[in-house]
Design a binder for this molecule. Structure first.
Ligand code: BGC
Ligand code: BGC
Length: 973
C-alpha cells in the first residue's frame, strides 16, 4: 500500500517505515480479540499486568501477527457457548458489509503501525501564552493523589454524567468534574438552546465576524447550561470526498477556509471561557469503516497519507486552531498509515505536540482509543467516554488500568503528570477556576432524559436516588439573530436571470400586464387576478416536525441540519413555507402550496398550475454520522444526487408552472454538493439558491434573501461538479471494504475539490468560491507590498519560552489507588481505583520500538502554533473593490496563490486559496481590501527537510476575484 512518490517531497510519513514500526502489535492484538464478553479478554494495560510475571509471554505477542484474531477469545468457553457464539458471529459477519470479503481476505491484513515512532510525548508548558496557567496547574497537580490524577484523564463511562462526556474530579485539590458536550452547531441533547446553522453554512458566509460571533453565542449557551468543554468546531473531515457523511459539520473543502473558520470559531467560543475542541484529528474523511465493529469489521479504515499532503491539507486547519489557542484536540476513529489516530505517536507527539506546539490536551473520540499503554505513550491525554473497547460497559482501557500501569511502571509517571497538567492548565487558561464565572455545579440538563427528575448516572443499573436533572433553563438569549444572519449570508445565489429579488407584492402592475400579454401571445391563455405563486416540495414544509428522528437521523420536512452527534434538538424551525405565507402580501399574491415531492398535476389542479406565474421549488440532500442510516444513506451519501425525487420534481414543476411560461426558482438545502445537471439549463429555471443547512431560522433567512432585504453574499465552500467522476478517483467514498483493514490511499495528493478540477482541466458546473449578488463589483489597482525578505526556511526554532513543570518521580504508594473504605461503586461506572494491589509488579516493561530514539525537534515548531516565523506576514496584497451595480451588498474578494515556476518537480495546485474578506459596500462605494500572507501561506511542506519551504527563485503569482475561476486582477512578488 505504500505510495510510490515521484515528487521527493511526497515521502514523509511513510519515510521512516521499518519492520519495527508495528511496535504496537502486542498491545494491539489484545483489543483485536476483545469484542466478546469474555472475562478472560485482556486489554492493553491488563496485558502488561497479567503477564508481568512472565516477560516471555509478553514477548510472544511480538511474533508475526497474521492470524485472524476475532475468534481467539472464544478459547476456554464451554462447547455449547462456542457453537452458539460462532453461529451468531458467523451470521452476523456474513450479513455485515463485506463479511464474505473478510473471510476471504483476512490473511491480507496489513502490518500495524506504518507511521513512524515519535517518543516520548513532549511535555506541555513551553509556550509563552500558557506559562501562567502551567504554573498554576503545576501547584495543583503536585497535590493530587494517583487516583485523582487518573480521574482527571478518564471518562466515567457512557451516560454516567449529564453530558456526553465527563471525567472525574480531583476533589481534595478543588479540580471539578469537566462537562463535555457536542457539538459543532449547538448544544446537543438539550432544551431551550439555539439550533445554529451548520459549519458548512458558516463556511459559505466567508464572513470572519460571523464565524466568531456564532462561536461566541454557542459558548454562552454552553456556559449557561453548565458545560466546560464544547466538542467543536469540526475541521476534519476536510471534504476530500464530496459525498462524505460529515463534511457538513466542517466549513468547506479547502484547508485555508477551514483553518480561518475553525480558528475564528475557537476564538469566539473561548472568549466566553468555554474550552473548544478541534476535531477530528485527522483524516476521518468518510463514515464507512470509521471505527471497528460499527461496519461489521474488526478494524477501522486506514487513511494513508504522505507527510506533505498531511501538512498542506488535512492537518493545516488544526494548525490554525492551535495557533488560536484551542484547549483540546479530539483524535479521530480511523487509522492513519495503519496506526490508530488516537495511538499514533507521529501524529500526536510529533506533529501536534512538538511541531504545532499544542499546549492543551488530546481527547479521544468516543471509543476511538483502542489500546491502553500504547495510547498513553503516543500522546493521548484523556479517554472518552471512558468505556474501553465497547460502549457502555465500564471496562476502561485507562481508569484502574492506568492506575496499575503507573504503579508497575509501564506508563511513566511523568507521562501521567503531563496528561493531567495539560488538562488542568487548560482549565486555568480559560479562567474556569473562577467560581463566580464557572460555578462548580453539574449541568442543569441531562442528555439522557427529558424528565425533570432522574438519576445522576443514567447509564448505571445500580439503584440511585432521583434528583432534579432537567431545569429547562432558557439560554437562547437573542442568538436567533446570529443564527438568521449566518443562514442568510451562507445562502449562495447560483443563478439569477432577472427574477430575484422578488417583491412581496408579486410584480408591479405594469410589468405584470406586459408579461401576461406575452403569455397570451405564446399560449393563447390570459392570466388574470392576483399574482400567482406556487410553492413545491416537501422541503418547503414542516413534515412531521424537525425532531421526528433521533439525532435528526432522517430526511423529512425541510432540511435544517444533517444528522448525528453534530445535530441538536430544534427548539423550533421556521419553515420556508411559514415565512413565505407571512411575507407575501396576500392582497396582491395568491399562494398555492404543494408540500410534497409528488404534487398532483391532473384534474382540478391542472388549471391552477397553468395559471402560476412564479414557482418556488424546494429540494434537498442529507447525510450524517455513520451510526445512523436513513434510506440508502449510510452516513456517507451513496451519490451526489438530490434526494427524494427532487430532480423529477423540478423538471415537472418547470414544465407545468404556467404551462412552462412561469418563472421557476429552485431552493436547495444540502449537506454538500449536489448534481443539478438534469434541470439547471431549463429555460424557465431562472434562479437557484443554495441554502446549505440553515438551522432554526431557515425560512426567515431565506425570505431575507428572496425579497432582497439581504443581498446574497454567500459563496460555495466546495465545487459543484457535473458528475461525481469529475472530482477524480480519490473523491469516491470507499463503500465496500478492500481488506480486513480497509485501505484508503490518498493518492490524489494535493488535488482535491477545485485543485483537482483545475489540475485536470475539468469544467465544474459551479466552481469553488462562486456566488452571485444582486449587485456587481469591479476590481482594480492590485498592489503588492513586500513586508519581509523572502528566504527559504523559517528562522531557527526559538528556545522554549517556559519550562514544563517537573514533579517528584517517586511512584506513589499503591495504597493511594485502593477503593476507599465503605465505598459503594455504581455498576459500569469507571473509577480509578483497584480492589487490590496484588499482581502489580513494578519493573522494566518493554516500550515500543523507537521509544528510545531521540527525535530531532521540528524546525517548524517552538511555540503554540509552531515556529512563530511561520505566522509572520511576508507580503501584503491590496485591491480596490467598487460596487458598481444597483444594490448595496457585501462582496467576498478571494486571493488565490500560485507558487513560483521554479522547482517544477514540486507538485502544486494551479492555485490555492490564501486570503478572503467579506466587505460591505454601498452602491457606488469603493474600499481597499488587504490580504496579508504569512510565511506558512507562501510555503510548501518539504518532507526531506521536515519544514515549510519558500521558493525564493521566480515569482509568486496572486490572483484576486470572486471565485476560484472568476479572477479579475493579478500581481506577482
Ligand atoms: C463523534 C464525535 C462526538 C462524540 C461524542 C462521536 O461519535 O464522532 O464527533 O463528539 O461522538 O458524541
Ligand atoms: C451515540 C453518539 C455517538 C455515536 C458514536 C451513538 O450511539 O448516541 O453520541 O457519537 O454512538 O458511534
Amino acid at each position: 500500500m505504500a505510495k510510490k512518490a515521484k515528487d521527493p517531497s511526497q515521502k514523509g510519513l511513510l519515510r521512516a517505515h521499518s519492520p519495527h514500526d508495528n511496535f504496537r502489535a502486542p498491545f494491539d492484538d489484545d483489543w483485536r480479540g476483545s469484542d466478546s464478553d469474555s472475562d478472560s479478554d485482556l486489554d492493553a494495560t491488563d496485558f502488561l499486568d497479567k503477564n508481568a510475571a512472565s516477560e516471555s509471554a509478553f514477548l510472544e505477542g511480538l511474533g508475526p501477527r497474521r492470524q485472524w484474531s476475532i475468534l481467539r477469545p472464544l478459547a476456554g468457553r464451554s462447547r455449547c457457548c462456542i457453537v452458539l457464539l460462532l453461529t451468531i458471529a458467523g451470521i452476523w459477519i456474513l450479513l455485515a458489509a463485506g463479511g464474505a470479503f473478510i473471510y476471504k481476505k483476512y490473511q491480507d491484513e496489513p502490518v500495524y503501525g506504518q507511521s513512524p515512532p515519535w517518543y516520548p510525548t513532549p511535555r506541555g508548558g513551553i509556550a509563552s501564552t500558557w506559562a501562567t496557567s502551567y504554573e498554576k496547574a503545576a501547584k495543583m497537580v503536585s497535590r493530587m493523589t494517583l487516583a485523582e490524577k487518573v480521574n482527571v484523564t478518564t471518562g466515567t463511562g457512557w451516560q454516567m454524567g449529564y453530558a456526553v462526556g465527563t471525567n472525574a474530579p480531583a476533589i481534595h485539590v478543588g479540580f471539578p468534574q469537566l462537562q463535555l458536550q457536542d457539538g459543532p452547531l449547538g448544544i446537543r441533547f438539550a432544551d431551550n438552546i439555539t439550533a445554529f446553522p451548520a459549519g458548512i453554512t458558516v463556511g459559505a458566509t466567508w464572513n470572519r465576524q460571523l464565524m466568531y460571533a456564532r462561536g461566541k453565542a454557542h459558548a454562552i449557551e454552553a456556559h449557561d447550561k453548565g458545560i466546560n468543554v464544547l466538542l467543536g468546531p469540526c475541521v476534519g473531515p476536510l471534504g476530500r470526498m464530496p459525498a462524505g457523511g460529515r463534511n457538513w459539520e466542517g466549513f468547506g473543502a479547502d484547508p485555508y477556509l477551514q483553518g480561518i473558520a475553525g480558528a475564528e470559531t475557537v476564538k469566539g467560543i473561548q472568549s466566553e471561557g468555554v474550552m473548544a475542541t478541534i476535531k477530528h484529528f485527522v483524516a476521518n474523511e468518510q463514515e464507512h469503516f470509521r471505527q471497528p465493529w460499527e461496519w461489521g469489521l474488526p478494524h477501522a479504515i486506514s487513511a494513508n497519507i504522505d507527510d506533505r499532503v498531511l501538512h498542506e491539507l488535512y492537518a493545516w486547519p488544526f494548525g490554525d486552531a492551535v495557533k488560536a489557542g484551542v484547549a483540546s484536540v479530539m483524535c479521530s476513529y480511523n487509522q492513519v498509515n495503519n496506526s490508530y489516530a488516537c495511538g499514533n505517536s507521529k501524529l500526536l507527539n510529533g506533529i501536534l505536540k512538538d511541531e504545532l506546539g499544542f499546549q492543551g490536551f488530546v481527547m479521544s473520540d468516543w471509543l476511538a482509543q483502542r489500546s491502553g499503554v500504547a495510547t498513553a505513550l503516543a500522546g493521548l491525554d484523556m479517554t472518552m467516554p471512558g468505556d474501553g473497547l465497547k460502549w457502555a460497559k465500564g471496562d476502561s482501557l485507562w481508569g484502574p488500568q492506568l492506575t496499575k500501569a503507573v504503579l508497575n511502571g509501564s506508563v511513566p509517571l511523568e507521562r501521567l503528570n503531563d496528561m493531567v497538567t495539560r488538562i488542568v492548565a487548560s482549565w486555568y487558561q480559560l479562567g474556569q477556576d473562577d467560581e463566580t464565572k464557572f460555578p462548580r455545579e453539574p449541568p442543569n440538563f441531562s442528555s439522557w432524559t427529558n424528565d425533570r427528575f432522574s438519576v445522576a448516572s443514567y447509564g448505571s443499573p445500580s439503584p440511585q436516588e432521583k434528583i432534579e436533572v432537567n431545569k429547562f433553563i432558557d439560554v437562547q438569549a437573542n442568538h436567533s439573530i446570529i443564527a438568521r444572519e449566518v443562514a442568510a449570508e451562507g445562502t449562495v445565489l447560483l443563478k439569477n436571470d432577472n427574477v430575484l429579488p422578488l417583491s412581496r407584492e408579486g410584480l408591479p402592475e405594469a410589468k405584470l400586464m406586459a408579461r401576461r400579454d406575452n403569455i397570451y401571445r405564446a399560449i393563447g391563455k390570459r392570466h388574470a387576478g392576483k399574482f400567482k405563486v406556487g410553492v413545491f416540495g416537501e422541503d418547503a414544509g414542516p413534515g412531521e416536525g424537525p425532531n421526528k428522528c433521533k439525532d435528526r437521523g432522517c430526511n423529512q420536512g425541510t432540511l435544517g441540519s444533517g444528522w448525528g452527534s453534530g445535530a441538536v434538538e430544534f427548539p423550533y424551525l421556521v419553515t420556508p413555507i411559514e415565512a413565505l405565507r407571512d411575507q407575501f402580501d396576500g392582497s396582491k399574491v395568491d399562494l398555492h402550496e404543494y408540500l410534497s415531492n409528488k404534487p398532483p398535476v391532473g384534474g382540478a389542479e391542472r388549471g391552477i398550475l397553468e395559471d402560476l406565474e412564479l414557482c418556488i421549488v424546494f429540494v434537498n440532500a442529507d447525510s450524517g454520522e455513520g451510526f445512523t442510516k436513513w434510506d440508502d444513506v449510510s452516513g456517507d451519501r451513496p451519490n451526489l444526487d438530490i434526494q427524494k425525487g427532487g430532480d423529477a420534481l423540478v423538471q415537472r414543476v418547470a414544465s407545468k408552472c404556467g404551462s412552462g411560461t412561469g418563472d421557476v426558482v429552485v431552493v436547495i438545502h444540502a449537506v454538500g454538493p449536489v448534481l443539478v445537471e438534469k434541470w439547471i439549463e431549463l429555460p424557465n429555471v431562472k434562479a437557484v439558491l443554495f441554502a446549505h443547512l440553515p438551522g432554526q431560522e431557515s425560512g426567515n433567512a431565506l425570505a431575507d434573501i428572496l425579497f432582497g432585504d439581504i443581498n446574497p453574499s454567500g459563496h460555495l465552500p466546495f465545487t459543484i461538479g457535473k458528475s461525481l467522476k469529475d472530482y477524480g478517483p480519490g473523491a469516491s467514498v470507499l463503500y465496500t471494504p478492500n481488506g480486513v483493514v480497509p485501505q484508503q490511499d490518498f493518492s490524489e495528493g494535493l488535488f482535491i475539490d477545485y485543485r483537482y478540477f483545475d489540475q485536470f482541466g475539468k469544467t465544474p458546473r459551479f466552481e469553488f468560491g462562486f456566488g452571485l449578488s444582486y449587485t456587481t463589483f469591479e476590481y482594480s489597482g492590485l498592489q503588492v507590498a513586500p513586508r519581509k525578505t523572502k528566504s527559504e526556511l523559517p528562522a531557527p526554532r526559538p528556545n522554549p519560552a517556559a519550562q514544563p513543570p517537573t514533579y517528584s518521580s517517586d511512584i506513589p504508594p499503591a495504597s493511594e489507588a485502593l477503593f476507599p473504605a465503605d465505598f459503594r461503586p455504581l455498576k459500569k461506572y469507571v473509577y480509578p481505583y483497584l480492589n487490590s494491589t496484588d499482581g502489580i509488579v513494578p519493573g522494566q516493561y518493554p516500550y515500543p520500538d523507537g521509544y528510545d530514539t531521540v527525535q530531532p525537534l521540528s524546525g517548524a515548531g517552538g511555540e503554540e502554533g509552531g515556529n512563530p516565523d511561520l505566522w509572520e506576514v511576508y507580503v501584503s496584497v491590496t485591491v480596490e473593490v467598487l460596487n458598481n451595480g444597483a444594490y448595496d451588498g457585501a462582496v467576498v474578494p478571494q486571493l488565490y496563490l500560485s507558487l513560483p515556476n521554479a522547482r517544477q518537480w514540486i507538485s502544486r495546485p494551479v492555485r490555492a486559496l490564501r486570503g478572503f474578506h467579506k466587505v460591505y459596500l454601498r452602491k457606488g462605494q469603493t474600499k481597499t481590501v488587504t490580504f496579508d500572507l504569512t510565511r506558512r501561506d507562501l510555503s510548501y511542506w518539504e518532507a526531506e527537510r521536515q519544514n515549510w519551504v519558500m521558493i525564493t527563485e521566480d515569482e509568486f503569482k496572486f490572483s484576486v476575484g470572486e471565485s476560484s475561476r472568476d479572477l479579475r486582477v493579478f500581481g506577482t512578488w
